[in-house]
Design a protein around this ligand. Structure first.
Ligand SMILES: NC(=O)C1=CN([C@@H]2O[C@H](COP(=O)(O)OP(=O)(O)OC[C@H]3O[C@@H](n4cnc5c(N)ncnc54)[C@H](OP(=O)(O)O)[C@@H]3O)[C@@H](O)[C@H]2O)C=CC1
Ligand SMILES: O=C(O)CCC(=O)C(=O)O
Ligand SMILES: [Mg+2]
Length: 729
C-alpha cells in the first residue's frame, strides 16, 4: 500500500488531478514517499459492481470497499477529493456512456421484473447518492479555513450582493407534520438488535430486521406526513405567485438519497398537479416517475401533444421558477441533484437573496425547505442580513466547525432505515427484548425514518471540540436544541463530559436558530467561533460560512481524524463543480481552484511525518504550506475567464513555489540539493511554460467521455506544456 492514497474522482477535481497529481507524485518520490490512487469515481464504482458483464481487461477492483477497510486502520492516510453523489438521471447517463464505450453493463432497470434485473437494480441502488463519503468517514470532522486562507480573504474581499430590509426573499417551512415535529429519541442502555414493523388491520409487515446497536446509541424515529407536505407545497406555490417571488425548493437529495428524492417528487407533482390529475394513466404508461424530476418527465411525454399542451398551460399559470440554467430552460425541479441545499442556499444568500428566474434576471425568491430541523439556520441568516446588511468579508471573523460524523451518524446514516410507507398503520421499532422503543401512527405515503448516533463517535466529537476550543481559545457553541428529542439525548452526553473535564464554562449550548444569530454577531465583530454540530449542520455550515467569508468552500481545510488512528484529508467542503467541466470542454479553460487539495496535501504529509517518523515527509509538508502561501500572496489562483491563467497555471506556480521552498530549506540537505535545479529550471522557463499553457485556451476540447474520460486525451488537455512536463519528469 502506498504511503498516501489520492482518490480518483469525477468532473472538475478529477480534471485538475490530471495536472496536479503527476507533480505531487514526482516531488513525493524524491523523499521516498509513494502516492497511489484508488478509484471512487461513479464510473469506476459502476464497473467494479459488474465484473461478470465485463471482459477480463475491462474489470475493475472494488477500490471503495478497499478504502473502507483501510480507514478503519491506523495506516490510513487518504486525500479524498469530492466525488459525484449520483441522482438517478446521472446514474443512467453514466451507464449509457459506459455502454457506448464498449462496457456491456446492464441497463438501469426502472421496473425490475426478473431476478437478473432485480440484482442489477440492487447493485445500482447501492451506487446511488452519497455512497462514498459515509464509507470513508470513520471519524469526526474538523473543517476550518487555514489562517493564511482566511487572512487572504480579508485582504482581498470578494464581491457580495447587497441585502436590503425590503427584500422579499424568505424561507418557508411546514407548520407541522414534518420530521422535526414528529421526532422521538432514546439512548439504549445495552447492546441491542431491533426490527421495524408496520402494523395494520392487515397484519404486520416487516420493514427491516436485525438492525444492531451497541449500548449507548442514541436512536431516533420520526416521519414526514405526505398529506401535510402536499398541502404545504400547494400553499407555497400559491403564496409564491401572490408575493411575486421565484419558487425554489432546496433539498439534499444526494446525501438524503431515500427521503429527499421522494420529497422532491412531491414538489414536481404539486407544481404540475392539474396535469398529473388529468393524465394519470397516460403518464404512468410512459413510465413517468416524479421523483426522477421534471427533466425526465418532459423527455417521456414530449411526443404526447395533449400532455405537453396541458404542461405549458399549467406552467404559465404557476409562479416563475428559480432556474439552474435559464438559457437552457433547466428548472429547479428538473433533476434532484442540480440544486443541493448546502451549496444553493449560501450562493443565494451571498447574492443578496437573489435567484435566477426563467427570464435570466435576478429576483427575490421563496426558498422552500419543508422540514424545520435545520431550515431555521437559513431563515435566521436571511433575517440577520435584512436587519444588518451584507457581511463584510474584509473584517468578518470566522466560524469553524466540529461535526459529529463518524460511523454514519444521525440523518446521514438513516437510509437503510427510511421507508415510504405503503399503507396506513403504526410503525413500531421493537427491540430484541420485546420493548417497543418508538412508534408512530402513519398514513400511506408518509416518509418514516430512524437515525442513530453511537456513543464512541459522540464522545470522540465532544473531546475533539474540547481540543479545538483549547487550541483556538475562542467562543464555542454546541448547536443543539434542548427542545428537540434527539438533541436532548446528545446534551445528556455533552454536559457531563464538559463538566468532568472542567471546561463547561468554555462552551455554550444553543438551538440552531439562536446559534446562527450568535455566530453572525460574533464574526461581524471580527471575532471567531467554533460551531460544534451534528452531521447535517456540519455539511450545511461548512458551505454557508466559507461561501460568505471566503467566496467558496473549496478553500477549506477538512480534516477527518479517523477513530482508529488514521487520517482522512478531504479537499475543501464543496463538490465537483460540473459547470467547470462544461467550460473546459467548450473553451479549454478550467477555473477549478485546487487550494483545497494543496491544504489537504500539506496536512497529509505532516501526518505521515508524525505517524511514520518520516522527517523527509515533514520537510515536504512544510514546503507545501509555503507554496500554498505563495499562491495566495502572489495571486496565482485560477481566473474564471477564458484567456486568463487557469487551474494548470496555478499548478505550475504551486510546483515552482514548492520546489523553491524545498531548495531553500536547511532541514534536509539532500532534498535541498535535489530540488535546487528543479526550482531553477521552473523559474528559468517561466515564460515558455506560461505561453505553452496560454496557447491552448479558447477552442473546444474532447476528453473522450464525461463520466469516464479517456486518460490519454485528458492528460494531453491538462498537461499541454512540454517544457513543464519535461521538468516534472
Ligand atoms: N465531498 C463530496 O464528495 C461532495 C460532492 N458533491 C457533489 O458535487 C456535485 C456538484 O455539487 P454542487 O452542489 O453543484 O456544488 P459544487 O461545490 O460542485 O459547485 C458549486 C459552485 O461552487 C464553486 N466551486 C466549488 N468548488 C470550487 C473550486 N474548487 N474552485 C472554484 N470554484 C468552486 C463553483 O462556482 P462557480 O460556478 O461560480 O465557479 C461551483 O459552480 C454533485 O454531484 C454533488 O453530489 C457535493 C458536495 C460535496
Ligand atoms: O457526500 C455528499 O454527497 C456530500 C457531502 C457534503 O456535501 C459535505 O460533506 O459537505
Ligand atoms: Mg457539503
Amino acid at each position: 500500500m502506498s504511503d498516501i492514497i489520492y482518490t480518483k474522482v469525477d468532473e472538475a477535481p478529477e480534471l485538475a488531478s490530471a495536472s496536479l497529481l503527476p507533480i505531487i507524485q514526482s516531488f513525493a518520490a524524491a523523499a521516498g514517499v509513494s502516492v497511489g490512487t484508488k478509484d471512487i469515481s461513479l464510473a469506476g464504482r459502476i464497473l467494479a459492481a459488474f465484473p461478470e458483464h465485463l471482459k477480463e481487461d475491462q474489470r475493475q477492483s472494488d477500490d471503495l470497499a478497499e478504502l473502507g477497510r483501510l480507514v478503519k486502520t491506523a495506516e490510513a492516510n487518504v486525500i479524498k477529493l469530492p466525488n459525484i453523489s449520483a441522482s438517478v438521471p446521472q446514474l443512467v447517463a453514466a451507464i449509457k456512456e459506459l455502454q457506448s464505450q464498449g462496457y456491456a453493463i446492464p441497463d438501469y432497470p426502472e421496473a425490475p421484473a426478473t431476478d437478473a434485473e432485480k440484482d442489477a437494480r440492487a447493485k445500482y441502488d447501492a451506487l446511488k447518492g452519497s455512497a462514498v463519503n459515509p464509507v470513508l468517514r470513520e471519524g469526526n470532522s474538523d473543517r476550518r479555513a487555514a489562517k493564511a486562507v482566511k487572512s487572504f480573504a480579508q485582504n482581498n474581499p470578494h464581491r457580495m450582493g447587497d441585502w436590503t430590509a425590503d427584500s422579499k426573499t424568505h424561507v418557508s417551512s411546514m407548520s407541522g407534520g414534518d420530521f422535526f415535529s414528529n421526532e422521538v429519541s432514546a439512548t439504549l442502555d445495552k447492546d441491542t438488535t431491533a426490527k421495524i414493523v408496520l402494523v395494520s388491520d392487515e397484519g404486520e409487515t416487516v420493514l427491516k430486521e436485525g438492525v444492531s446497536y451497541p449500548a449507548g446509541t442514541v436512536v431516533d424515529a420520526t416521519f414526514m406526513s405526505a398529506a401535510a407536505l402536499k398541502a404545504f407545497l400547494a400553499e407555497q406555490i400559491e403564496a409564491t405567485k401572490d408575493e411575486g417571488t421565484l419558487f425554489s425548493l432546496h433539498m439534499k437529495a444526494t446525501m438524503m438519497k431515500v427521503s429527499d428524492p421522494i420529497i422532491f417528487g412531491h414538489a414536481v407533482k404539486a407544481f404540475l398537479a392539474p396535469v398529473f390529475e388529468k393524465h394519470a394513466a397516460a403518464m404512468a404508461d410512459l413510465g413517468v416517475n416524479p421523483n426522477a424530476g421534471l427533466g425526465d418527465l418532459l423527455a417521456r411525454v414530449k411526443d404526447n401533444a395533449a400532455i405537453m399542451a396541458d404542461i405549458d398551460a399549467c406552467m404559465a399559470a404557476r409562479p416563475p421558477m428559480y432556474m439552474v440554467d435559464s438559457d437552457k430552460g433547466i428548472t429547479n425541479l428538473h433533476v434532484s441533484s442540480d440544486v443541493i441545499i448546502d451549496a444553493s442556499m449560501p450562493a443565494l444568500i451571498r447574492a443578496g437573496g437573489k435567484g435566477w428566474g426563467p427570464d435570466g434576471k435576478e429576483s427575490d425568491t421563496n426558498c422552500v425547505i419543508p422540514d424545520n430541523s435545520y431550515a431555521p439556520v437559513y431563515d435566521e441568516t436571511i433575517k440577520f442580513f435584512k436587519e444588518n446588511g451584507k457581511l463584510n468579508p474584509a473584517t468578518a471573523g470566522t466560524v469553524q466547525n466540529i461535526g459529529l460524523m463518524a460511523q454514519k451518524a444521525e440523518e446521514y446514516g438513516s437510509h437503510p432505515t427510511t421507508f415510504e410507507i405503503p399503507h396506513a398503520g403504526t410503525v413500531k421499532m421493537i427491540l430484541d427484548d420485546g420493548t417497543v422503543l418508538h412508534e408512530h401512527k402513519v398514513e400511506a405515503g408518509d416518509i418514516w425514518r430512524s437515525a442513530s448516533a453511537r456513543k464512541a463517535p459522540i464522545e470522540d466529537w465532544v473531546n475533539l471540540a474540547i481540543d479545538r476550543q483549547k487550541a483556538e481559545g475562542c467562543r464555542a457553541i454546541f448547536w443543539l436544541d434542548a427542545d428537540r428529542a434527539h438533541d436532548a439525548e446528545l446534551i445528556a452526553y455533552v454536559t457531563p463530559i464538559l463538566e468532568a473535564k472542567g471546561v463547561a464554562d468554555k462552551f455554550e449550548i444553543m438551538a440552531p436558530r439562536e446559534a446562527t444569530r450568535a455566530s453572525f454577531e460574533t464574526i461581524t465583530k471580527g471575532e471567531n467561533t467554533i460551531a460544534i454540530t451534528g452531521n447535517v449542520l456540519r455539511d450545511y455550515l461548512t458551505d454557508l460560512f466559507p461561501i460568505l467569508e471566503l467566496a467558496t468552500s473549496a478553500k477549506m481545510l477538512s480534516i477527518v481524524k479517523l477513530m482508529n488512528g488514521g487520517g482522512l484529508f478531504e479537499t475543501g467542503a464543496g463538490g465537483s463543480a460540473p459547470k467547470h467541466v462544461q467550460q473546459l470542454v467548450e473553451q479549454n479553460h478550467l477555473r477549478w481552484d485546487s487550494l483545497g487539495e494543496f491544504c489537504a496535501l500539506g496536512e497529509s504529509l505532516t501526518f505521515l511525518a508524525d505517524v511514520k517518523s518520516n522527517e523527509k515527509a515533514r520537510v515536504l509538508g512544510k514546503a507545501v504550506d509555503a507554496a500554498t502561501q505563495g499562491i495566495l500572496d502572489n495571486g496565482r489562483s485560477p481566473s474564471r475567464k477564458v484567456g486568463e491563467p487557469d487551474n494548470r497555471d496555478s499548478h505550475y506556480w504551486f510546483a515552482r513555489y514548492w520546489a523553491e521552498a524545498l531548495a531553500a530549506q536547511s532541514d534536509d540537505a539532500e532534498l535541498a540539493k535535489h530540488f535546487g535545479p528543479i526550482a531553477e529550471a521552473l523559474a528559468a522557463n517561466e515564460a515558455a511554460i506560461l505561453s505553452e499553457l496560454a496557447a491552448v485556451q479558447g477552442p473546444a476540447v474532447d476528453l473522450g467521455g464525461y463520466y469516464k474520460t479517456d486518460a490519454a486525451k485528458t492528460a494531453a488537455v491538462m498537461r499541454p506544456s512540454k517544457t513543464l512536463n519535461d521538468i516534472i519528469g
